[in-house]
Ligand binder design. Sequence first.
Ligand SMILES: Nc1ncnc2c1ncn2[C@@H]1O[C@H](COP(=O)(O)OP(=O)(O)O)[C@@H](O)[C@H]1O
Ligand SMILES: [Mg+2]
Length: 266
Amino acid sequence: MGKVIAIASQKGGVGKTTTAINLSACLSVKGKKVLVIDSDPQGSLSFGLGIRRNGEKIKGLYEFYTNRASFEEVVIECIDNLFVIPTRIDLFMAELEIFETNEREKKLRLLLEKYKDDFDYIFIDCPPSFSFLTLCALVASDSVIIPVQCEQFALEALRIFIKLLWRIKGNFNEFLELEGILLTMFSKHLIMSRTIAEDIRRVFRSKTFESVIPRNVALAESSINGIPAIFYAPEAAGSIAYKELAEEFLTKNSLVPEELSQQASK
Ligand SMILES: Nc1ncnc2c1ncn2[C@@H]1O[C@H](COP(=O)(O)OP(=O)(O)O)[C@@H](O)[C@H]1O
Ligand SMILES: [Mg+2]
């Protein structure tokens, strides 16, 4: 049974796209069949996975959302086991077009239903806002990963986002769970980074991933070059951290519900 996971936060620049690219790539290297959907009109995920336009008009999430192209027409296999639905700026238009239709917030959920079980995991990279595209992604998802950059006001922003999640769970998607909070761009030499990480762990104990993503330039460079970090710089601290995150994610997802609740009560 495929699992759909949104990578979301209302804040920009916290590592959503970097996490979507590198967690999916690490899982695909481990033999999992993964689809990653670029649901941010800025298209950074598509760019980070090496999908360049070269003048030709590639079809993507906009065409899929608006029934202008089939799933098969928009999916690209970028490395073995890793598939992507790319995006261009015109995804902004999808918001307006879908808004006119019935059951609009369920649109992505309904579109993915048929394909969900063809993959082990489907990740949705969300835009940095509480937009309609974010709502559609959260309605289509089983769980959410929230990347948090260890900087000032991170805890306040996280609390606001989690409140929104529970509202969406109450009103639109009762099955939505919090997969985990991921500490990103962590600088162990900065007192603020350490203090904020401790505060978040204190408040959201069992919901914060043990794995922490350090600030590491190889992650930024690999995105610019359109190659996931495990291929671009396999020994870099950022690549190792995402490999650890993939292990942790897989372990968590292989636990049966009783084991999970035991883990949560620790
Ligand atoms: N752990 C990290 N270390 C260094 N740079 C990072 C790290 N994570 C992300 N970046 C860089 O920071 C910028 C914002 O990250 P991104 O993943 O695009 O955030 P978001 O999708 O939340 O807006 C990008 O330029 C990215 O390459
Ligand atoms: Mg992004």
